[in-house]
Design a binder for this molecule. Structure first.
Ligand SMILES: [Zn+2]
Length: 160
């Protein structure tokens, strides 16, 4: 009987429905997989970025964004695992990877004398995280474009 039952008619044993909200159940291919800091100040910027780039995004929200890719260890492995899972579940040959850091990130906990030094620091960090990811991709025989993003309080920057 359950196979023909409408989803809204299924009794939720032990749970209470908080509200109705329709979600498209169709499978999708991800345009990008984004490693993005969980700092909620940048959530609207993320939504705007997603709106401008279009398509589906597998977002991996992680304190410090791309920061923990740099140092070997279980956290790096977890982030790499999420990227690999995104590619396996929703990837296509066109799926790109975006690595994000942001100004004023508490995970870094750094202060800078001026904006130029702060930007230079994050640019270097993002490049180091990309090097790690590309090394991982080489081992895994994965060939995907990797983009570097710096979120700041005045907008979003791409590192060349
Ligand atoms: Zn942060």
């Amino acid at each position: 009987m359950q196979g023909t039952q409408k989803i809204s008619e299924v009794k939720a044993v032990g749970m209470e429905k908080l509200f109705d909200f329709p979600t498209n159940p169709a499978h999708y291919k991800a345009q990008r997989i984004v490693i993005w800091c969980f700092d909620d100040r940048f959530d609207e910027l993320y939504q705007e970025y997603k709106r401008r780039t279009g398509g589906h995004v597998d977002q991996v929200k992680w304190a410090g964004g791309a920061k923990d890719l740099i140092q070997a260890g279980p956290v790096r492995d977890a982030i790499l695992g999420q990227i690999k899972a995104g590619l396996k579940l929703h990837g296509s040959e066109y799926t790109e990877i975006d690595l994000m850091d942001h100004a004023g990130c508490g995970a870094y906990g750094k202060t800078f004398p001026d904006k130029a030094e702060e930007r230079a620091f994050y640019e270097e960090e993002l490049k180091r995280s990309r090097d790690v990811l590309l090394e991982f991709f080489a081992v895994e025989k994965i060939d995907r474009k990797v983009n570097l993003l710096l979120a700041d309080f005045d907008g979003l920057y791409r590192v060349a």
